[in-house]
Structures are given as C-alpha cells and as structure tokens.
Design a binder for this molecule. Structure first.
Ligand code: COA
Length: 157
C-alpha cells in the first residue's frame, strides 16, 4: 500500500491525540505498557511531546487523519545516547507493513546522527510489535513479561 512517512510538527498535536484516543483499551495498554490508560493520561502524554527534541513521524490520510505514529525520545544513560521508540497504527490500517516502514524511517533518522542505540519495549504477547523490532534488526531480550529490543547504530561517517 502506498503511504508516505512524514515528520510531524507541533501543529499535528491534535491529530496525534485523536489517533491515540482511537486506540482500544487493549491497544493503549500495549502502547503505553500500562494497565488502564484513561483519556486524560493520553492527553497529558501528547501535551508533553517536545517537538524540538524528539522524533515524531507518521502517516496522514487525505482526510487529514493521522493513522500511524512513531515517537522517538532521546535520552542519555551512563554517558551514552539512546533513542527510545514506540509505535501505533490505527486498527483499520494494520497488516500492510506501515509499522515496519515507520521503524525503517526511525532507524534512518537515528543512523543519520549515528553512534546512538535505538531501544524499545513490548509485551511478550505483542507478536506484531516483536516482528517490527526484528524487521528493524533490533535484538530482543526477555525481561519477565516484556521484551527489551535494542540496536546500536554506528557513528555517522
Ligand atoms: C504493533 C503495531 C504498531 C503493528 O502495526 P502494523 O502496521 O500492523 O505492522 P506491520 O503491518 O508493519 O506488520 C509487522 C509484522 O507483524 C506481523 N503481524 C501483524 N499483526 C500481527 C498479529 N496480530 N500477530 C502476529 N503477527 C502480526 C506482520 O505479519 C508483520 O510481520 P512480517 O514482517 O513477518 O510480515 C500495531 O499492531 C499497533 O498499533 N498495536 C497497538 C499498539 C502497540 O502495541 N504498540 C507497540 C508498543 S511500542
């Protein structure tokens, strides 16, 4: 299916909020690695996005709806840079490789900076997300009922 991954701006905040609020209770739980995720928590999360520092990528339909979203949060741990990534795709658009392509775009962004480790987490039962991590070449390590995924990207030449 044809859809372009685009970088998202602060003006896309309402679209991101609408997309995340459309996720079912079970999907919110997987996306935010939490039990119950009420609307207020989603709204606070979206309000806290730092568009100047974080990596925001997605797909916007002709109707102006965001139907796939990737969020990369940079942080430093023990002097080493990391990018923690998380993904979501509207239920109606799943199974078309959209998350795989968001992962590719996120890795492309991180590789352009280089010397960074991309990490992510998903529930062990989340087979689709596990496949997306594997597609991106992230190594999976089990941590109780979650997988931690990571891939260190070489320094940019
Ligand atoms: C996880 C999620 C982002 C995947 O989105 P998607 O666009 O459907 O994923 P893709 O189409 O790129 O498929 C990726 C892989 O998962 C597989 N897959 C998709 N749905 C699956 C399912 N229900 N069970 C097993 N595998 C599945 C696909 O076959 C594909 O594998 P392949 O590369 O071997 O063919 C989407 O299901 C989602 O938004 N889930 C709720 C939020 C969430 O769990 N986020 C992850 C936390 S970071």
């Amino acid at each position: 299916m044809h859809a372009n991954v685009i970088p998202l701006q602060a003006t896309d905040r309402p679209r991101i909020e609408a997309h995340l609020l459309r996720l079912s209770a079970a999907d919110r739980s997987l996306r935010f690695a939490a039990g119950v995720v009420p609307d207020d928590m989603v709204r606070r999360y979206v309000a806290s996005i730092d568009f100047g520092r974080q990596v925001l990528l997605g797909y916007v339909s002709l109707r102006g709806e965001l139907f796939g979203f990737a969020h990369g949060c940079p942080f430093v741990h023990a002097g080493r840079p990391y990018l923690e990534v998380a993904f979501s795709v509207d239920a109606a658009w799943r199974g078309h490789g959209l998350a795989r392509r968001l992962m590719d775009a996120m890795l492309g962004h991180a590789a352009a900076h280089g010397g960074i480790t991309v990490i992510g987490r998903c529930a062990t039962r989340n087979r689709a997300m596990r496949r997306v991590f594997e597609h991106g070449g992230l190594a999976l390590q089990r941590d109780e009922d979650e997988f931690e995924a990571r891939r260190e990207l070489a320094c940019a030449a």
